[in-house]
Design a protein. Structure first.
Length: 222
């Protein structure tokens, strides 16, 4: 049996090692979520435009990103982009850009499904009122699509939060990195990884319960 000792996890250790990593993981999640939704929505509209010069590049981007493991994209961007631009970006900046571009492919598919779930009759009604394609999408289709897809978007964001631990591969100081450094400094790696796993579970499970309640409320409104 392992002699587990969690006494080293004092408030000073938590504030000195863990909080910094948690703040970055939270920032990375929120920035990648917002940027991914915006870029993903644009990609979805491009794929639904019916114009080959928009459909082909958008479909190629989405299918490529969804076919490559995230950790490989993180490593490629971190190692190759500095060679192209001539200077390093830093682990944190690389992580933010990579996650935003990667998650946009997944948010794009969610938004595309949400847009397609809206009745074509509403689109036709918008055109009948003299609205342009942009006005119809912005005022009629997208608000309903966002409401319908909100639980799925939030579920993808929970997965995004879990995936932020992969920035460990490029040395970014995220939540997992904070636990790892604390474990090494106090020679308690088993305890720190157990607490890290528990914290990830508590946060993800709590958010999943909130998403479930939101999904029930949206179902009632419908």
């Amino acid at each position: 049996m392992l002699a587990l000792d969690f006494s080293f996890l004092t408030p000073a250790v938590i504030s000195g090692y863990i909080v910094k990593g948690f703040i970055f993981s939270l920032q990375l999640t929120l920035i990648a979520m917002l940027g991914g939704i915006v870029l993903g929505t644009l990609l979805a509209l491009m794929r639904l435009s019916g114009r080959p010069w928009l459909v082909v590049p958008a479909a190629g981007y989405v299918n490529t990103m969804r076919s490559i493991p995230l950790v490989m994209v993180i490593l490629w961007f971190f190692l190759l982009i500095p060679l192209v631009i001539g200077r390093p970006l830093g682990a944190e900046i690389s992580a933010i850009i990579t996650f935003t571009l990667f998650e946009a492919a997944y948010y794009s598919e969610i938004m595309r499904a949400g847009i397609q779930s809206i009745s074509r009759g509403q689109v036709a009604a918008g055109y009948a009122l003299g609205m342009s394609y942009r006005q119809t999408m912005g005022l009629i289709v997208l608000p309903q699509a966002f409401r319908n897809m909100l639980p799925v978007l939030l579920t993808q964001t929970i997965i995004l939060f879990q995936d932020t631990s992969l920035v460990y591969a490029i040395g970014a100081y995220d939540l997992l990195k904070g636990f790892e450094i604390a474990g090494k400094n106090f020679n308690r790696p088993v305890e720190t990884y157990l607490v890290a796993a528990l914290l990830y579970f508590v946060i993800s499970f709590s958010l999943s319960m909130l998403v479930r309640r939101l999904q029930q409320r949206i179902a009632i409104v419908k």
